[in-house]
Ligand binder design. Structure first.
Ligand code: CUA
Length: 337
């Protein structure tokens, strides 16, 4: 290869590499960083991106150079020269990617092991995934359940994930790391939130019809506000059944899909719960049985006009909470007629 060609190739590679680097650095591709674990995940991300830019510059330079230099004349219909491979180049293009991919797995492995270490005195939260809802419970607060993940800022938390039906995957983009929730197996994810704020919780495993709806929020609060919230929730659950039902309605995320005036809920995905007595009549079932069945086994009867298989089955709701919820729903839907 002539020296002039090599200089041209290198120059092309530098231009393409510089342009790609500018695009990578100037566009804010990643969401804001809100956890300690996110630093490691970003490191792996940028390490991989740097490798990609290098390969892209090399391939782009060779292609552009070839297109310009070896272009045939418009009237040249002859075949290209017969070439039979080149053992040296083949060894290089097998060995280099093998080394790069090994480096990416090594750095990922180190980051995952580091991210897996929770500080002493960490908080534990049980995460339950079901088609198609998340729920979070706090063993240190009598298994209090919430439809949103509330966390105190600056304290590491160990999430213990479980799936009740199929595989789901927990992800808060601002926290970085993803973790699958599997049926019959506990998985663990450590998060140390660093910024107060509200972030989306997303299911990133295609888990069925309602996969796209399987979202909630992670709310990172000041430690004192978090403790106050825990206390308030525990008191709400101890209230008389009619009012306790309202807390159960809120903590299980019913409002994200249903309308119910008594709870100031305006969801439009599922049936309007102010119309429960009419729906029960239509289904030909006694009101109380109908409401209970619709919570525990929602696919037994789906109100016409609404999507089938989308409502999560709340079969594991403790009996006292289920009774409070049914009482609350019947009371408020009758009242709003
Ligand atoms: Cu759960 Cu997708």
């Amino acid at each position: 290869m002539r020296r002039g060609s090599l200089v041209q190739l290198v120059a092309l590679g530098v231009v393409i590499g510089a342009a790609s680097t500018v695009v990578a650095l100037l566009v804010p591709w990643l969401p804001p960083n809100a956890s300690e674990e996110r630093d490691g995940i970003d490191l792996v991300f940028w390490f991989t991106t740097a490798i990609c830019i290098g390969i892209f510059a090399l391939v782009g330079a060779v292609i552009l150079y070839s297109v310009v230099k070896f272009r045939v004349r418009p009237d040249d219909d002859s075949d290209g020269p017969p070439i039979h491979g080149h053992t040296g180049i083949e060894i290089v293009w097998t060995a280099v990617p093998a080394i790069l991919v090994t480096a990416i797995s090594a750095i990922s492995g180190i980051v995952l092991v580091q991210n897996d270490r929770a500080d002493a005195g960490h908080l534990n939260v049980k995460v339950t995934a079901r088609q198609f809802a998340w729920s979070f419970s706090y063993p240190q607060a009598g298994d209090l359940t919430s439809a949103q993940l509330r966390l105190p800022v600056g304290r590491s938390v160990e999430l213990h994930l479980q799936a009740l039906d199929v595989i789901h995957s927990f992800w808060v983009p601002e926290f970085g790391q993803k973790q699958d929730a599997l049926p019959g197996q506990d998985t663990k994810l450590v998060i140390t939130p660093t910024k107060i704020g509200t972030y989306p919780v997303i299911c990133t495993e295609l888990c069925g019809l309602g996969h796209a709806l399987m979202r909630t929020s992670a709310i990172v609060m000041k430690p004192a506000a978090f403790q106050a919230w825990l206390k308030k929730q525990q008191q709400a659950l101890k209230a008389p059944p009619g009012q306790a039902g309202k807390a159960v309605f809120a903590s299980n995320g019913c409002a994200s899909c249903h309308t119910l005036k008594a709870a100031a809920a305006t969801g439009k995905i599922g049936p309007d719960l102010d119309k429960l007595p009419a729906y029960a009549k239509q289904a030909g079932k006694p009101l109380e049985d109908f409401v209970k069945e619709s919570i525990v086994d929602p696919n037994a009867y789906v109100q016409p006009g609404f999507p089938k298989g989308v409502m999560p089955a709340f079969a594991t709701l403790p009996k006292d909470q289920l009774d409070s919820l049914v009482k609350f729903l019947i009371g408020s839907s009758k009242g709003s007629k």
